[in-house]
Every structure is written in structure tokens, then in C-alpha cells.
Write a protein that binds this ligand. Structure first.
Ligand code: NAD
Length: 469
């Protein structure tokens, strides 16, 4: 028996296996959860397939009410969810409370969305309507950086649109998702939401199953490619939210102190483990030294600690594999540039690395070209705007980007030339449930959030009626 159970066909069940979950701040097991076998993954898909026709027929107002009820349940359980999130993911409690509040807010917004039928022709020659129907069973596959929020980015739109879902968290962060399962069990009809846990061994099983109509995925580009290949056989619909290497381009006319603070926040939120974090800061030559110094000052001042400790601003890296990967980036960055803040692993248990600023690096260096997904920010010098646009666009990724200037018109001109799904001016990671979120190139496929994102959980269908002669 484990403390946290799977949700399959409306029942909370033990797993055929169990999985230990490690607190990254202590490196100790803090929970043991149910882990599904292939047989249980199969049961979950079958339960979702069985529930689908009834849920698809359920009036949208009732589906919206269920999603709103989930938002209420999350609000009512905010403290438990946030503390658990900090223990399994590592983020400071204040950030965990923020993730819980965001999750509630996204669900509340999804609960207001409807899928309208549109008439595009209604005249003597004919009537043409566009309808949108649910797809069937969705597989929601989630990464470990925002387990609760991203799970609900799948559950909300999938169920509002009339689909049923089998959701799978990342193996290192299953606990809050299983608590979410407890909440869903009390709200949704049996089989509409199913939650299974794996040890990185059931994702391929889900994405290959012909009963799955769509995969909504957040994670690495490498896994996104595997999912695309696996989904090809049954031509599944896909939404892939993958990696990024967001540039922040700082023009010569900014207020250095204020901009440094904003860039620091956007680079080190969640210990840098954000798909849309600033991962490369391009700073104009005339303010380069001042900006590096200010970023270094902020990094030195940051309080790095167990997320449950009072005053912690940055927690540990989420898991050992990522910790080792980021340390490898640090070794290379030390050789390629100058580490002016941080750069030390901390003398304590836990996957802690102080926020690190590296200057005098450039394109072609690993820390600039590749996604570090951790607390290291490279600061790169530029002197020519055309050149920096070209360097920003040279990345295979294209998730987010930002341009910083006291002259918004000037910033907008640069912003329009950046190849990425989102480009912000004087801010970064400004997202919301009403704002489409998309990635170009290797950063993904399709759109999440907003009516555009909801449409991706539907199949377009045209009704075309003859009239007249
Ligand atoms: P991952 O892509 O390996 O895992 C994400 C999810 O996919 C997990 O639930 C995992 O179990 C599942 N999965 C693994 N193999 C699968 C397969 N063959 N088919 C279907 N699902 C499968 O990512 P990760 O190990 O969590 O992180 C590795 C890298 O991904 C990081 O270093 C980072 O660069 C990137 N990442 C990006 C995001 C993002 O939001 N874009 C989030 C976390 C990690």
C-alpha cells in the first residue's frame, strides 16, 4: 500500500508497483507512491475510452462546472498542495503557493470557455457551418518543472472540449499530481480523468496506443520527437511544448538596475527550470559591464535554501540527473568565459547550485547554444542590433524572447524580427490562460492556452447544406 494512489476508472487504486519520491533539498525519500504497470495503463486508457461518449454528450455548461469545481478544490487544498510541491519539486514555498494559485486561475478561465458553432455561409445557395467535436482519449504527459500547473494545462482544455484524459506526471514529481487525482475523483464522472505514474517507462506505451486520439506533451525536444514518431502510425493529434533557449536582448538605453532585476527574476525563477526562462542575455556593449556587475550582485544576494526554509528564494535543482547535467554546463562555462557570481555547489545535502552569472561567453559556447535548464545565466556582449537579431534567431529553438528598451517603438521593431512563439517587450514569461502560447522550430508544435489552444483539443467538422435549385 502506498500513501498516494492512481486514479483509474473513477477509483483510487494501488499500483502494481511502487515508486519512491526524493526530496531534492535533502536527497531523502519523502513519499512512496503507486506506480502503474502496463496492465494498469491499459485499464486507464480503456476507462477513458468507455467514459468518452457520455462525457462528449454532457452539456458544456456541466463540463465547465466540473472544471470550476476542480479550481475550488485546488483553492481549498492550497496549503497541502503547495507544501507537497515544494518537497517534491524543490521550489520555495512562496513559488509553490504561486503555482497553486496560477493553477486555480487557469482552471477558472478554462471554465468560462465555450466552443461556438460558426456559420460561414447562409444564403440562397447553401448553409455552411463549422462545428468542433471532441477527439476522444487524450494522453497528457508532463515534465517535472511545474507538475501541478502543467497537468491542469492538459486536464482543463481536454475536458472542457469533451475529451477524456489519461495523465502521466514525470517520475520525479508524481505526488501533487496524485493529490490532484484525489480531487478529480470527487468531481468528475468515472473515467473522465485518469492519472497513472510510471518510472519513465509508460510514455511510449501511451503514445503508441491506437485508442489515444491526441497527445498533449510538455518536456524535452528529444522526447517530443519520439512522441511524434510513435504517434505517426495512428495519426494522432499532437501539441508539443518543448525546450527553449530564450534570448533577452537588452538595448543601450535601459535603466540598468531595474532591467537587471527583471532579467534576474526571469532567468532564475524555479531555479532556472522554466521552458520560458531567459537562458541567454544579450547586452549592448555600452552597458555590458554595468549589467554584468548588477546581475552578479543580485546572484550573490539571493538566498538559496530548502524551499520549506523561511526566506528561501531559490531552491535545489529538481533531480539528480538534471543536477549532473547543469554541473557539466558549469564546467564548460568556466572554461569558455568568466564566472562572476555563484559557480559553487553548496556544502550540504541536496541538489543545490548557487545562481551563477557567466560573462565573456559568446555564440558557439555550450552555455549560449544549448538549453541549460538550471541556475546559470550567460551574458553575451553585442554592439549591432542587426547582428544580435541574427544571433538570437540562429538557435534551433524559438519559444520565447524579450527586448528591453526605454523606447518601446524601438523595442517593437526588434521584437518583430525575432523568430519565436512569444516575444515580450520589457518583460519575460508574461503568460496567461487567455494568451496563446506556441513554440516555433524545435520548441514545439501547436498552441496551448486561449481559444486557439482549446481548438487543438477538437476536431473541425463542416456541415454543408444545399439550398435552392
Ligand atoms: P523528458 O522529455 O524526458 O520527460 C518529460 C515527460 O515525458 C515525462 O513525463 C517522461 O516520463 C515522459 N517521457 C519520457 N520518455 C518518453 C517517451 N518515449 N514517450 C512519451 N513520454 C516520455 O524531459 P525530462 O527528463 O523531464 O527533462 C529533460 C530535459 O527536458 C531538460 O533537461 C530540459 O531541457 C527539458 N525540459 C523542458 C521542459 C519544458 O517545459 N519545455 C520541462 C522540463 C524539462
Amino acid at each position: 500500500m502506498s500513501d498516494y494512489k492512481l486514479l483509474i476508472g473513477g477509483k483510487l487504486v494501488d499500483g502494481d508497483q511502487r515508486l519512491d519520491v526524493i526530496n531534492p533539498a535533502t536527497e531523502e525519500v519523502f513519499a512512496t507512491v503507486a506506480r502503474a504497470s502496463e496492465r494498469q495503463a491499459d485499464e486507464a486508457i480503456e476507462a477513458a475510452a468507455t467514459a468518452f461518449p457520455g462525457w462528449a454528450e454532457t452539456p458544456i455548461a456541466e463540463r465547465q462546472a466540473k472544471v470550476a469545481a476542480l479550481a475550488d478544490a485546488i483553492a481549498a487544498n492550497a496549503d497541502r498542495l503547495a507544501r507537497t510541491l515544494t518537497q517534491e519539486q524543490g521550489k520555495p514555498l512562496a513559488e509553490a503557493m504561486g503555482e497553486v494559485a496560477w493553477t486555480e486561475g487557469y482552471l477558472r478561465h478554462y471554465a468560462t470557455l465555450t466552443i461556438e458553432e460558426r456559420t460561414i455561409q447562409d444564403d440562397a445557395n447553401g448553409l455552411v457551418q463549422i462545428r468542433r467535436k471532441p477527439l476522444g482519449v487524450v494522453a497528457g504527459i508532463v515534465a517535472w518543472n511545474f507538475p501541478l500547473l502543467v497537468a491542469c494545462w492538459k486536464i482543463g482544455p481536454a475536458t472542457i472540449a469533451g475529451n477524456t484524459i489519461v495523465l502521466k506526471p514525470a517520475p520525479t514529481t508524481p505526488v501533487t499530481t496524485l493529490i490532484l487525482g484525489e480531487l478529480c475523483q470527487a468531481i468528475f464522472p468515472a473515467g473522465v480523468v485518469n492519472i497513472i505514474v510510471d518510472a519513465n517507462d509508460l510514455g511510449g506505451y501511451l503514445t503508441a496506443d491506437p485508442r489515444i486520439a491526441k497527445v498533449g506533451f510538455t518536456g524535452s525536444t528529444a522526447t517530443g520527437k519520439k512522441i511524434m514518431a510513435s504517434a505517426a502510425d495512428s495519426l494522432k493529434r499532437l501539441t508539443l511544448e518543448l525546450g527553449g533557449n530564450d534570448p533577452g536582448i537588452v538595448l543601450d538605453d535601459v535603466d540598468v538596475r531595474a532591467t537587471a532585476q527583471s532579467i534576474f527574476n526571469a532567468a532564475f525563477l524555479n531555479c532556472g527550470q522554466v521552458c520560458l526562462a531567459i537562458k541567454r542575455a544579450y547586452v549592448h556593449d555600452s552597458i555590458y559591464d554595468a549589467m554584468c556587475d548588477e546581475l552578479a550582485r543580485l546572484a550573490e544576494a539571493a538566498v538559496v535554501d530548502d524551499g520549506l526554509a523561511q526566506g528561501a528564494q531559490i531552491g535545489p535543482i529538481q533531480n539528480k540527473a538534471q543536477y549532473e547535467k547543469v554541473k557539466g554546463f558549469l564546467d564548460r562555462a568556466r572554461a569558455d568565459g568568466n564566472v562572476i557570481a555563484g559557480g559553487e555547489v553548496m556544502d550540504r545535502s541536496g541538489y543545490f547550485l548557487r545562481p551563477t552569472i557567466v560573462r565573456d561567453v559568446t555564440d558557439g559556447d555550450q552555455i549560449v547554444d544549448e538549453e541549460q535548464f538550471g541556475p546559470i545565466l550567460p551574458v553575451i556582449r553585442f554592439s549591432d542590433v542587426d547582428d544580435v537579431v541574427q544571433r538570437a534567431n540562429a538557435s534551433p529553438y524559438g519559444l520565447g524572447a524579450s527586448v528591453w528598451s526605454s523606447d518601446v517603438d524601438r523595442a517593437l521593431q526588434v521584437a518583430g524580427r525575432i523568430e519565436s512563439g512569444s516575444v515580450w517587450v520589457n518583460q519575460h514569461i508574461a503568460i496567461g490562460p487567455h494568451i496563446p502560447m506556441a513554440g516555433v522550430k524545435a520548441s514545439g508544435l501547436g498552441v496551448e492556452q486561449s481559444l486557439e489552444g482549446l481548438a487543438e483539443y477538437t476536431q473541425l467538422s463542416v456541415i454543408n447544406v444545399a439550398r435552392g435549385g
